[in-house]
Design a protein around this ligand. Structure first.
Ligand SMILES: NC(=O)c1ccc[n+]([C@@H]2O[C@H](COP(=O)([O-])OP(=O)(O)OC[C@H]3O[C@@H](n4cnc5c(N)ncnc54)[C@H](OP(=O)(O)O)[C@@H]3O)[C@@H](O)[C@H]2O)c1
Length: 409
């Protein structure tokens, strides 16, 4: 039958099918690593509203097989990875969805599933290898896993240089900095100002912090995040990690990065230029904004959220951080300056300390001592390779665990 004799009703249907096929071809292919966590779930929340322009091609979790299965049924990715193979039998996936298991399964997922954007939302050092694989892939790497830069900033940057991958920070502060820096000559930057909410214990004395419980530390005033980063925000260790992250991302020494406490979490960070101008990025605290920026990079995808009502924003206030009560903050510049293996030591000892604190085995105020002692013992090596970084990570975890008090705190 020639086209002119087809029933008229078929035309819109054919056109719709053609448009759908075209959309599928043109759509950005997105892989979400750590999709069952806080960043991962918020990424999928954003992606659910972007089905015309973005398609989810891969998802991963450590052991949350049930949640991963639900996500896979909703987004029908080409493949998923589950790092803890012991839970693989619990997976219930749509037909045709490939499964990779074990820690190496994360890297296999990144290597086998072509993606334009990889959101790296795994927490801790466990995210390093998959971040490096994403950087080797050459697309946009939406990096929430700041630990990759703290442990191996030089390897991450080298992998991006080789492949042409574009590192787009998803950490809200670094996303703010990257947005403020866009289009500016780095020679005109005087300093970066990272904002910190101050966490749930802002204004508390060192003595009062002695009695802090895990439940109190997990109650963040502005952000709803995974447990590890929430405790890090309470000790200000998160800001220490972010100082290192900023140094590695923007190639600046720690002397040109300062931290200001801004309890309202509306200004996400600022850049001061050599002429004295300060640019800030502000919005209500919502991780979906930096996630959306990475998904649309270098453009922007509309959110559909109502415009920010500036008249209704709380008064914006700023104060100096209290490094006597929150000494973890000082470890950031120390590690950023020393480089080498110190980032690995800082992160590994801190992961052990936070886990012990959450398990009631270490007082809140002892987290700093455990990490600082590990750094004091560090036999540093400049520009370590991946094997040395991973070996150091394992050794420091063993040593830090051996330093934990024998009885519950
Ligand atoms: N949450 C935020 O708002 C926020 C803001 C800025 C930056 N970040 C950064 O983003 C990263 C993720 O934070 P989050 O708060 O989303 O953490 P989270 O809620 O604890 O989620 C972590 C995700 O990583 C997976 N995972 C954990 N251990 C793993 C392992 N050994 N191997 C493979 N996958 C593993 C988890 O899987 P299971 O569910 O199976 O455990 C989960 O999908 C961190 O680096 C954090 O610093 C987070």
């Amino acid at each position: 039958m020639d086209d002119s004799k087809r029933p008229r009703v078929a035309r819109p249907r054919r056109r719709a099918r053609r448009t759908a096929r075209l959309r599928a071809i043109m759509a950005r292919r997105v892989l979400v690593l750590g999709s069952t966590g806080s960043v991962g779930r918020q990424s999928l929340d954003v992606l659910a509203g972007l089905r015309d322009s973005h398609v989810v091609v891969g998802l991963s979790a450590a052991r949350s097989a049930q949640r991963l299965s639900e996500q896979a049924r909703a987004f029908v990715p080409e493949a998923v990875a589950l790092a803890d193979a012991a839970h693989a039998a619990e997976l219930q996936l749509p037909a045709g969805c490939r499964v990779f298991t074990g820690p190496e399964g994360l890297v296999q997922l990144v290597e086998h599933v072509a993606a334009d954007v990889v959101i790296c939302g795994i927490t801790g050092a466990a995210g390093l290898r998959s971040t490096l694989a994403a950087c080797a892939g050459g697309g946009v790497v939406g990096l929430a896993n700041k630990e990759s830069l703290v442990l191996a900033g030089h390897l991450v940057r080298a992998a991006c240089r080789r492949s042409g991958a574009r590192l787009v920070p998803v950490d809200s502060e670094h996303s703010a900095l990257a947005q403020c820096l866009q289009g500016h000559d780095p020679a005109h930057v005087r300093r970066l100002v990272l904002t910190a909410s101050g966490g749930p214990f802002r204004g508390w004395s060192a003595e009062r912090l002695g009695g802090v419980t895990p439940a109190q530390a997990l109650r963040h005033p502005s952000w709803d995040m995974g447990p590890r980063i929430t405790v890090d925000s309470a000790t200000l260790m998160n800001k220490a990690l972010e100082i290192v992250e900023a140094c590695r991302l923007f190639d600046l020494p720690p002397e040109r990065i300062s931290v200001v406490v801004h309890p309202q979490s509306v200004i996400h960070s600022m850049v001061e230029f050599t002429d004295g101008a300060v640019l800030a990025q502000l919005s209500p605290p919502d991780m979906r904004l930096p996630i959306r920026w990475a998904l649309g990079y270098p453009g922007r995808v509309p959110s559909g959220a109502p415009p920010v009502n500036l008249a209704r924003l709380p008064g914006l206030s700023f104060e100096e951080p209290d490094t006597t009560a929150f000494p973890c903050l000082l470890l950031g510049p120390r590690v950023a300056r020393a480089g080498g293996l110190t980032g690995t030591v800082l992160n590994a000892a801190n992961e052990v300390a936070v886990e012990a604190f959450l398990a009631g085995r270490l007082p809140f105020t002892s987290i700093h001592g455990l990490v600082a002692d590990a750094l004091d013992r560090c036999d540093n090596v400049a520009e370590p390779d991946l094997e040395l970084i991973e070996e150091t990570d394992r050794r420091v975890r063993r040593e830090a665990a051996a330093c934990l008090p024998q009885t519950a705190s």
